[in-house]
Each structure stands twice: as C-alpha cells, then as structure tokens.
Design a binder for this molecule. Structure first.
Ligand code: CA
Length: 231
C-alpha cells in the first residue's frame, strides 16, 4: 500500500527524529528539512502529500514559509509548534495552514491528525467539488440549497446554512473566527464575532444530537471552528 509522503520541517534534531521515527514505524514515506529553504526545495521537488511544520525555524518564520508554499501548492500543512499562544496559531491558520498541534504533543495525537488529513485528501480526490457534500449522516445539496441529517431536512436560516456550507467546504480544516466572519459578513468586527457565536450555537442545536460532545463541529477555544470528517 502506497502511504502518504510526509515532509517534516523541524530544526530541533530530537523532535525531528521522534517524528520521522514515528512515521517510519507506521509505514509512511517521509522527508525532513531543518530549515525553511530546505523545506521549500523538498516541497517543490517531491510534492509531498502532507507537511508537518515547526513555526520557529532558524532562517525564516514558519508563517512566512506557509505563505510561500501556498503561492504554488494546496498541500495540507499541519503546524507543530511550541508556541501555545493563540495568536501564532491564528496567523498560521490564516496564512493557509490546515491544522495545528502544540508541543509537547503525543505521538498518538500526531498520528490521529495525519490519518484525519489523509481521509480528507481521499474525500477531496473522489468528490471533485461535486454539487452534493456528504459527511456521516450530514448531506448538503449545494444546488438545491438544502441540508439533510439522516435523510431529514434541516430547517436552517440563511446564515446558519452559509456557516454550514463554509465549514463543509473546508472539512477537516480549522477556520479562524476572523476568517469565518469575513466570509459570512464581509468584515470581522467585535459584533460580528458575537453574532457568529450565536448563529454557531443555533446551527449546532439543529445539527448535533448532543451539542456538548459535537460530532460535526468542533470548537477550538480562542481560535475558531472545524468540521470533523467522520469515518
Ligand atoms: Ca524550532
């Protein structure tokens, strides 16, 4: 079985070795780079399926590297960073990263993120941007402008529907608060943020069977929301 090719960008040798040893043990194909320039070379020459990226690199900021890679590639980027501050995660996500892990992280958690990214890649490569989105019991018919849960139509307001579509079109990816308010309201002022929380809560009431342990929409406190790709 041809497993994903994963590029690890990390300047700290023990962490880099931990990651590559883990990837090897789980039959992933892997490459590694210790700085941003080497990462750009490898990313452009080998076309990896996933990039694991440390934000603090010796030659450039990780966010700058994300911006450069995004100028030519949509490869999923999972940020791995010691910086636990929300601002760094948010700027990495807004620059185009898909997900993040905060150091210290567990190997199991890393593998889970990689598996979920692979599932999302498989889903993207089979649906070709079709008019119907399916995820578990959720189904969205974009052409008809309707969403269904287990075959029953969800009665959503126009904004709830827009929110659901935005999350669905970016399934698996963490979307920041400002990205969401910008896409839905065209701005990201304080009161848009408050409105978004209200609409998100009402959407979840309709979508989630148990809103306290959501199956579809995950909250990233202080950062944003993600639609989970169910198996
Ligand atoms: Ca570092």
């Amino acid at each position: 079985m041809n497993k994903a090719l994963i590029l690890t960008v990390e300047d700290d040798p023990p962490v880099r070795n931990l990651i590559t040893t883990t990837l090897k043990a789980h039959d992933y194909r892997y490459l590694s780079a210790a700085n941003g320039d080497a990462a750009i070379m490898l990313a452009s020459s080998h076309n990896p399926d996933i990039i694991l990226l440390d934000l603090g690199l010796p030659d450039m900021d990780g966010v700058e590297l994300i911006t450069k890679i995004r100028s030519w590639s949509n490869v999923p980027i999972i940020v791995i960073s010691a910086r636990s501050e929300d601002e760094d995660k948010i700027s990495a996500l807004d620059a185009g990263a898909d997900d993040y892990l905060t150091k210290p992280f567990s190997v199991e958690e890393l593998l889970a993120r990689i598996r979920s990214t692979c599932r999302r890649l498989a889903a993207v490569s089979t649906d070709n941007g079709d008019a119907v989105f399916k995820n578990g019991k959720l189904c969205i018919d974009f052409a008809a402008g309707c969403a269904y849960l287990g075959g029953e139509e969800l009665h959503l307001t126009p904004i709830e529907y827009k929110l659901l579509c935005l999350l669905a079109k970016n399934v698996g990816k963490v979307l920041t608060h400002s990205y969401i308010t910008d896409k839905i309201w065209g701005s990201s002022r304080e009161n848009d943020l408050a409105s978004m929380r209200v609409f998100m809560a009402s959407l979840r009431k309709k979508l989630e069977q148990t809103p306290n342990s959501p199956q579809y929409i995950q909250t990233h406190i202080g950062v944003g929301y993600r639609m989970i790709k169910t198996e």
